[in-house]
Ligand binder design. Structure first.
Ligand SMILES: Cc1ncc(C[n+]2csc(CCOP(=O)(O)OP(=O)(O)O)c2C)c(N)n1
Length: 667
């Protein structure tokens, strides 16, 4: 037995030092990692976890837990040490010893899909704090629906200098301040050090003033004084605004030479500094060994909200059966059966009364019924609501202090929107869908990438999807974006051709629970190309034969979205010349390429000439048409003109397609 002092006599320093040494030992063993942040921020985290955090290590997914988000993901060992010490199942000391090893639960940066107790993937600085805005907003929105008895928790963030320097932090804090998300509390590890050295070489922002200007309650404390930290968090909890607590700390706290320098940031301390730091703490135990009394005190902290959790479970059980089942369904992220019925009925209606509309309008038509069937669907837009057609008549917008609603005006903050959507989805209870122009996915992409990596089912409604937007010109006309998004692992991209495919794409997007979906939609009107009813979701394989050849096909024309109309017209022109072609609609190229070989071969067919038509760059289409296939699309940036002129100018016309097919045939 290492120590027989009872758990209650363990001091704050003992608890914080346990976190520090575990982080130091793990980084040392891995021969890589970031010891400085855990050593510096251990006091803050210890006060939070032992005195405030509503958290039960036995059920890290309990819906009404407080959320803790380590925005500075490089300090991952801080979080892993806390999860281990509080007793999260599976977070054994072996996992800490395997820090940064393949298949461990302790990857270099926190990944919510690998480690129990990790709320979100962080690492790209700024993402955590921006994702936290979504967590805090979802908490308030769900509270507005279900009341304090079921939803009543805080969102805590530990952020570093880098988090606050990143541009996305401005979008995030402005949105949180505007919406008065007073349950969001950011603890800033204000250590004035980054990789290149003291922060003063690159930054002179007064963060407290910046946050205050954004509608936050913000003040400074000594981040190594547990009483001050405790007072600050208590004060923050009572604020009517979100709070920034600037905690002045020393990076690598306790290391004799490296403390307070960038040398403590991102490399193992080395034997001498490690021993020196442990001596500073008065820590004489072997690596990875925590005295039993300290372990017991941490385990107690891990259980401190157990009674609160049980009382919450009792309240949930006491609800009427249907209300409880609905809460549980949404918390689990299961979709309602009504979704498929709603889409099937809509498709029947569209077949009976075809709609020649832009697919952004078709999306609105779909949303009118889908929002009724899927109460957890929360829509929003980065200031382009009238252009994106995302606000259906039945949706009301939330506003500061009033969170009863299902529409979010994110402001002109594409990146902040996408990150907040991640938080809304990860919080549970909601499926977020957010909109802007397809070209501005560039502005949202880092958060979209987190969604893909972390398996977050968010939906991006990206309108104005090609040169078809016309006069706004090349700055607004995406050409490489479809290829870029399709190349992102686990991102699914739909570019529907008409109202029926748009309904099918929405169904696919919402039935998906393991990753994000982008819907690329047109500004310009399109004819409805699906005229015959089919109960099956034909878009589910990513591509399908829309219009067969009248006999044996000598060419197959593949097209997506607005170019399907062009493919069909080209098929007609060719038929007039007794040349038989078939048309394959490709609403999702990436989904199609992921089909089993047999399915792909069947749909691609054996016609000797293959053509792809898409008003975007060729990249990706060779997988379908081969390197010798004909591509009719964009070869550079677009131009500013009415869209019909642009299609002619860039040669994306039925005549051009037919002419190229015949020329190839006659070679
Ligand atoms: C978007 C992004 N850019 C760059 C990095 C690489 N990086 C990791 S930590 C770091 C410096 C962070 O300094 P700070 O936030 O002050 O953390 P501390 O030194 O206090 O640990 C950088 C540039 C990153 N993780 N994310």
């Amino acid at each position: 037995m290492l120590n027989t002092v009872p758990a209650d006599r363990v001091t704050h320093s003992d608890l914080a030092n346990a976190v520090r040494v575990l982080a130091m030992d793990a980084v040392e063993q891995a021969k890589s990692g970031h010891p400085g942040l855990p050593m510096g921020a251990a006091d803050i985290a210890t006060v939070l976890f032992t005195k405030f955090l509503k958290y039960d290590a036995a059920d890290p997914k309990w819906p009404d837990r407080d959320r803790f988000i380590l925005s500075a993901g490089h300090g991952s060992m801080l979080l892993y040490a806390l999860l281990h010490l509080t007793g999260v199942k599976g977070m054994t000391i072996e996992e800490l010893k395997n820090f940064r090893k393949l298949d461990s639960k302790t990857p270099g940066h926190p990944e919510n899909f690998m480690t129990p107790g990790v709320e979100t993937t962080t690492g790209p600085l700024g993402q955590g704090i921006a994702t936290a805005v979504g967590f805090a907003l979802a908490e308030r929105m769900l509270n507005a629906e279900y009341g304090d008895d079921l939803v009543d928790h805080y969102t805590y963030v530990l952020a570093s200098d880098g988090d606050l320097m990143e541009g996305i932090s401005q979008e995030a804090i402005a949105l949180a301040g505007h919406l008065k998300l007073n349950r969001m509390i950011v603890l800033w590890d204000d250590n004035e050090i980054s990789i290149d050295g003291p922060l003063s070489i690159s930054d002179s922002v007064d963060q407290v003033k910046r946050f205050q200007a954004c509608g936050w309650n913000a003040f400074r404390i000594d981040g190594h004084d547990p009483k001050a930290i405790q007072r600050a968090i208590s004060k923050a909890q009572k604020s009517d605004k979100p709070t920034l607590i600037a905690c002045k700390t020393t990076i690598g706290y306790g290391a004799p030479k490296k403390a307070g320098t960038s040398k403590a940031h991102g490399e193992p301390l080395g034997a001498e500094e490690l021993a020196g730091a442990k001596a500073t703490y008065g820590w004489s135990h072997e690596p990875f060994v925590i005295p039993e009394n300290i372990q017991a005190a941490w385990a107690k902290a891990g259980k401190k909200s157990r009674r609160v959790r049980k009382a919450w479970e009792d309240r949930l059980k006491a609800l009427p059966q249907d209300k409880r089942a609905e809460f549980e369904r949404r918390a689990k992220g299961e979709r309602p059966a009504a979704l498929a019925d709603a889409v099937a009925k809509l498709k029947d209606r569209l077949i009976a009364e075809p709609q020649n509309v832009a697919t952004r309008k078709a999306s609105e038509i779909a949303l009118e019924v889908i929002t009724e069937a899927v109460p957890e669907l929360v829509l929003g837009s980065a200031d382009l609501t009238p252009s994106n057609n995302t606000k259906t008549k039945n949706l009301t917008a939330i506003s500061p202090g009033n969170y009863a609603g299902r529409y979010i005006h994110y402001g002109i903050r594409e990146h902040g929107m996408a990150a907040a959507m991640n938080g809304i989805a990860l919080h549970g209870g909601y499926v977020p869908a957010g909109a802007t122009f397809l070209v501005f996915t560039d502005y949202a992409r880092p958060a979209m990438r987190i969604a893909a990596l972390a398996g977050i089912p968010a939906v991006y409604v990206m309108t104005h999807d090609s040169i078809g937007l016309g006069e706004d010109g090349p700055t607004h006309q995406p050409v490489e974006h479809l290829a870029a998004l399709r190349s992102m692992p686990k991102m699914r991209v739909f570019r529907p051709a008409d109202a029926v495919e748009t309904a099918e794409a929405w169904q696919m997007a919402l039935e998906r629970t393991d990753g994000p979906t982008t819907l690329a939609l047109t500004r310009q009107n399109l004819p409805q190309v699906r005229k015959e009813g089919d109960a099956k979701n034909l878009s589910a394989t990513g591509a399908y034969e829309l219009s067969p050849a009248n006999g044996k096909a000598r060419a197959t024309i593949f097209a997506s979205g607005s170019e399907v109309e062009i493919a069909l017209a080209a098929q007609k022109l060719l038929a007039e010349k007794n040349f038989e072609a078939r048309v394959v609609s490709v609403p999702s190229l990436d989904l199609f390429l992921a089909q089993p070989e047999k399915v792909r071969h069947e749909i691609i067919g054996d016609a000797p000439i293959k053509v792809a038509v898409e008003a975007a760059v060729r990249f990706g289409w060779d997988s379908v048409i081969g390197p010798d296939g004909i591509f009719v699309g964009m070869h550079g940036f677009g131009a500013s003109a009415p869209y019909k002129d642009l299609y002619k100018h860039f040669g994306i016309t039925p005549e051009a397609v037919a002419e190229k097919v015949l020329r190839t045939h006659n070679l």
